[in-house]
Design a protein around this ligand. Structure first.
Ligand SMILES: [Zn+2]
Length: 579
């Protein structure tokens, strides 16, 4: 059975599996490694342990399987005599067929990610003493080998010191740094590079033509760029696009990847640095922001901001050269210090962004912080002097709430003025309580609506603030009377931790307000913010600006809470008191 008829019989498999290489010639873009393995086969000289390292999807496990098939192929002697005429694996002998069917008794594949323990390794060691049943060697492929525990590695070392001649190990890993040196030094190492553009493009075209998938060259180019040289990822995207749209076009690829094309990203950037919060939200609604990948938006915005900084300094950024003229127009009147401060704002949220599951709401909140500054930008060139200071790792935002509401509100209907001032009054009365944590939580409410008829006040917080709901309940006695004073005696308070902007009903009034304020330095936080071990107990307590309280970090519950607070109000821990 030839290769083509074989894959025709496996039409139910997905593309990446269906097109998985079965012999050396089909492996894309790893010429050097393949040549070394073929030499090994030709000379009949094997190392007891091979270490295949390289990024995901570049062919490590596939190559390991092909190599294993070749070692046990019945045609191996023929290959040694006439390597060009008689390739291995032949794919036809009983050993090769057993390999193709995944049933070879001498090929054992172990996923170290799910078999990390020392017992698993001991089982391997015991079994490896037995002679191979069908082929020349018993071959163990340990995938994701870096996931093995230290004890497992140490047990493994024993067999590596005196490996039985009938056994061969192949370790495959994306992270060779995590494999202990004593193991690494006993391995024959092969590096698998990410597959280069040209061979991968040729491969994708071949797959599309054979599978009768219509495609645009530009779409395949984009897929290769986005999947960073991973054959498997690239084929998976081709397949997803084919199922979603039939034809593999650039637009379809963008859609499947959750990406926005550069033109629309640029339009978005223009609104971000020049437009109002309202325009921004309308744009997000128009493009259906939730459908796009938040990571992509984040990376793309950083890329554009970086390009903007280059352009502002009179240098053309190569990676953005197609859009330099458009970018210059977008940037008119936007100072370098303002670009800097926006970039810094994004970076100040980087850790939270990586951790949170509500990435879209967080992004939305950051975008709004940027646009809320826009109205004031025209006259003060966009930032406080402190934000231009490169030594300061954090944006210095003005702390006064009043500064931030300003012009933006002018765009809203005048009748909203009422509840806006009520909310402001409530926030400032909160400040008088000298409970900064409480103030900080309330100041993070993103959308506030007050239904006068029902006296119902709704405030939306980002999803990740749900943690503070308990705090709000605990402290209700303190803040609720103030809320009654500012709104109505029968006011009901409905916090929503959905992180989404609420739709405004015609008769309901709305105010917008800015979000997190960062006032302290992040570097201080990072320096101080590590919990001492129980053994040393050098530090006993904290003082925080936000909570305004000393927190005893030897209490693990309190510590947990303090960590949460620090996560959402970064840069707030200011001092450690030594015991
Ligand atoms: Zn064979």
């Amino acid at each position: 059975m030839d290769f083509l008829s074989l894959i025709m019989n496996t039409a139910n498999l997905n593309l990446a599996r269906k097109w998985r290489s079965r012999n050396f010639d089909q492996i894309v873009g790893q010429e050097l490694s393949i040549r070394m393995l073929k030499n090994s086969l030709y000379l009949n000289q094997y190392f007891p342990v091979y270490l295949f390292s390289g990024q995901r999807g570049c062919g490590k496990t596939t190559t390991a399987r092909v190599f294993a098939a070749a070692i046990n192929c019945e045609q191996l002697d023929g290959f040694r005599k006439k390597p060009k005429i008689s390739p291995v694996p032949c794919l036809e002998c009983s050993s090769c067929k057993a390999m193709l069917g995944g049933k070879h008794p001498d090929f054992i594949e172990i996923d170290a990610a799910s078999h990390t323990g020392v017992d698993n390794v001991r089982q391997i060691i015991d079994a490896s003493q037995l002679l191979p049943l069908m082929g020349n060697k018993k071959i163990y492929l340990i995938d994701e080998a870096h996931m093995l525990s230290k004890a497992a590695f140490n047990a493994f070392l024993k067999i590596l010191e005196e490996p039985p001649s009938s056994v061969l190990f192949i370790l495959a890993t994306t992270d060779p740094q995590k494999i202990i040196d004593t193991v690494k030094s006993r391995c024959f190492r092969l590096f698998f590079k990410s597959v280069a553009h040209t061979p991968l493009l040729g491969h994708l075209k071949n797959v599309c033509n054979t599978e009768k998938i219509a495609y645009e060259d530009a779409a395949l180019d984009l897929i290769i760029k986005e999947t960073e040289g991973s054959v498997r990822d690239a084929l998976n995207v081709v397949e997803q696009v084919r199922f979603a749209r039939g034809r593999v076009t650039k637009d379809a690829v963008l859609h499947v990847l959750g990406h926005i094309d550069d033109e629309r990203m640029l339009k978005f950037f223009e609104i971000l640095i020049q437009g109002s919060s309202k325009e921004l939200l309308q744009f997000l609604q128009m493009i259906r922001f939730d459908l796009f990948s938040a990571e992509f938006m984040w990376n793309k915005l950083i890329e554009i901001l970086r390009a903007a900084l280059w352009v502002s300094n009179g240098v053309t950024p190569e990676w953005f050269s197609h859009y330099v003229d458009a970018l210059k127009k977008v940037l008119h009147g936007c100072s370098v210090s303002r670009l800097n401060s926006i970039l810094m704002l994004f970076y100040s949220y980087e850790n939270l962004f990586l951790k949170t599951t509500a990435k879209h709401s967080l992004l939305e909140m950051i975008f709004l912080q940027v646009t809320q500054k826009n109205a004031g930008t025209s006259n003060d060139s966009g930032s406080s002097p402190a934000s231009c200071n490169a030594a300061s790792p954090v944006i210095q935002e003005e702390n006064s709430l009043d500064d931030d509401i300003d012009e933006d509100v002018q765009e809203e209907e005048i009748e909203e003025e009422g509840s806006s001032s009520q909310w402001k009054a409530f926030l400032s009365s909160l400040d008088a309580l000298k409970e900064p944590l409480l103030s900080s939580i309330f100041k993070n409410g993103t959308a506030v609506t007050f239904d006068k008829e029902r006296a119902a006040l709704a405030v939306t917080f980002a999803k990740q603030f749900a943690f503070f709901q308990e705090t709000l309940n605990e402290m209700k006695k303190l803040w609720f009377p103030l809320l009654q004073n500012s709104f109505a005696q029968n006011v009901t308070f409905d916090p929503q931790f959905t992180g989404q902007q609420k739709k405004i009903e015609p008769k309901i009034e709305k105010i917008t307000k800015p979000d997190v304020k960062i006032s302290a330095s992040n570097s201080t936080t990072q320096k101080c913010f590590s919990r001492p071990t129980k053994r040393t107990q050098k530090f006993q307590s904290y003082t925080t600006l936000v909570a305004g309280k000393t927190i005893d970090i030897t209490d693990s519950d309190v510590w947990k809470k303090a960590t949460m607070i620090a996560r959402y109000f970064s840069g707030t821990f200011s001092e450690i008191n030594e015991a």
